[in-house]
Design a protein around this ligand. Structure first.
Ligand code: NCD
Ligand code: ZN
Ligand code: ZN
Length: 428
């Protein structure tokens, strides 16, 4: 089986080239002799990037298949340019054992649109009381490489320390949802002027920053790898810079919504904008964009969080936090980082593919576009624009905060191990 991508610009650099893909591997770049039976993708000078890797996706299977399944979420991922996603453990039942993580892994392989790597829970049932069997999950067929209680913080410092200590022997990473729960009781929105005006209980920046600082110190002393989920405040970026300067093995992600949106959105009272951690200020968003460009924040992760209408389209306090992200991530990064000149396309490859693949320890993802490398690729039309319609997205739920917005950057093709998984807005 062979495919030729004709006239693409790897990393958006140089003159267009042809890329020949045979049996899942890039076998020639440049002027290519097109095999007779080859499938042709006309790229017309579009940008060719390594397939995107999402360290933070909620696929809701098992338990809430009314909002997303591994099938529908994989379709959204492929259409968004992703070739690998990490599916968070806060399902029902929780992915805190080998049976569940193996189910998620196998189902992902059956669907075949994107590699679905299950994240294992750090604590049994996400209860924060007792460590889950990390080793059993790491050694299972699912080969779990990332553990997280995401949705909840591993708040107990002793448990967090033990998890970090165990993680070194297993060569896995602990991904923390940094939220000191004592500081966010009843929290509804970013603690600041806007929440105060609307009478919402505030979610203070210090609830995130204090946990990140604590965990960086625990990781440094345990010589362990820590990953910080969905960084939302400029203060967290400062803590990360400090910790990295001291040699801490810490990585961090920022979501597209925290790069673009702010708590100004509260004024609409629309719970589509409710998310955890909450949308922060313009100044936070600006500093997060700078930290991502600088590498203090390593990568972009979607925190794709589908929710049913009845859980979302309700009064603010009762609405679940979370928003869709897989199909809009590239466009939001194009809008906030490329259009502003903060990143070029090589930088986009770094933050959406290479760094997340390294953090998630995936040997065949985030690889250079070069002969002999696995053909996990994404083709992006940088000049095209599209209008977001929640109902038209592949996810079962439709809770996008970008409804009706016109955004730059269209994913025109995705290849997983040489196989086209998405092309011109349709899954293959
Ligand atoms: C996530 C969810 O819905 O599972 N919600 C969210 O607002 N981000 C949980 C989480 O990522 O903390
Ligand atoms: Zn979280
Ligand atoms: Zn999450």
């Amino acid at each position: 089986m062979s495919t030729v991508i004709k006239g693409a610009r790897p990393y958006g650099e140089g003159d267009p080239v042809d890329v020949l893909v045979e049996d899942g591997v890039i076998t020639a770049i440049g002027a290519v002799d097109v095999p007779k039976d080859a499938e042709i993708v006309e790229a017309g000078g579009q940008v060719l990037l390594p397939g995107f890797v999402d360290l933070h996706t909620h696929l809701r299977e098992p338990g809430r298949e009314d909002t997303e399944t591994i099938d529908s979420g994989s379709a959204a991922a492929a259409l968004g340019g992703y070739t690998a996603v990490f599916a968070m453990a806060n399902t029902d039942p929780v992915a805190d054992n080998a049976v569940i993580v193996e189910h998620v892994w196998r189902r992902g392989q059956e669907v075949g649109l994107v590699d679905v790597h299950p994240v294992g829970a750090v604590t049994v049932g996400l209860k924060g009381e007792k460590l889950a069997e990390l080793g059993t999950m790491a050694n299972s067929q699912a080969r779990v490489k990332v553990f997280s209680d995401d949705g909840l913080c591993v708040a107990d410092p002793l448990l967090m320390r033990r998890a970090l200590e165990y993680s070194t022997a297993l060569d896995v990473v602990i991904a923390q949802h940094a939220e000191e729960p004592r500081l966010t009781v009843g929290a509804q929105a970013h603690e600041g002027e806007r929440a105060a005006r609307l009478g919402y209980t505030g979610w203070p920046a210090a609830a995130e920053e204090s946990i990140v600082a604590r965990d960086c110190l625990l990781a440094l002393h345990a010589n362990a790898r820590l990953h910080v989920c969905h960084v939302s405040t400029s203060g967290t970026a400062d803590v990360l810079r400090w910790a990295k300067d001291r040699g801490t093995q810490v990585s961090a992600e920022v979501t597209p919504h925290h790069l673009l949106l702010t708590d100004e959105r509260l004024a609409t009272y629309d719970p589509v904008n409710k998310v955890n951690p909450p949308l922060r200020t313009e100044s936070d968003a600006e500093k997060l964009r700078a930290a991502l460009a600088e590498g203090v924040i390593d990568c972009v992760a979607t925190d794709h969080a589908p929710h049913a209408v009845q859980d979302k389209d309700t009064e603010w306090a009762a609405a679940r936090p979370g928003m869709l992200g897989l199909q809009t991530a590239l466009s939001i990064v194009a809008e906030t980082m490329v259009r502003t000149g903060l990143l070029d396309w090589r930088g986009v490859a770094r933050v959406m593919s290479e760094r997340p693949a390294e953090i998630g320890n995936l040997a065949d993802q985030g690889r250079p576009i070069a002969v002999g490398e696995p053909a996990n690729l994404t083709l992006v039309d940088p000049d095209a624009e599209w209008t977001v319609r929640g109902a038209e997205l592949a996810s079962i739920a439709a809770n996008t905060p970008y409804e009706g917005m016109r955004l730059p950057g269209v994913v025109t093709a995705t290849l997983l191990r040489g196989r086209l998984t998405a092309r011109d807005g349709k899954v293959c």
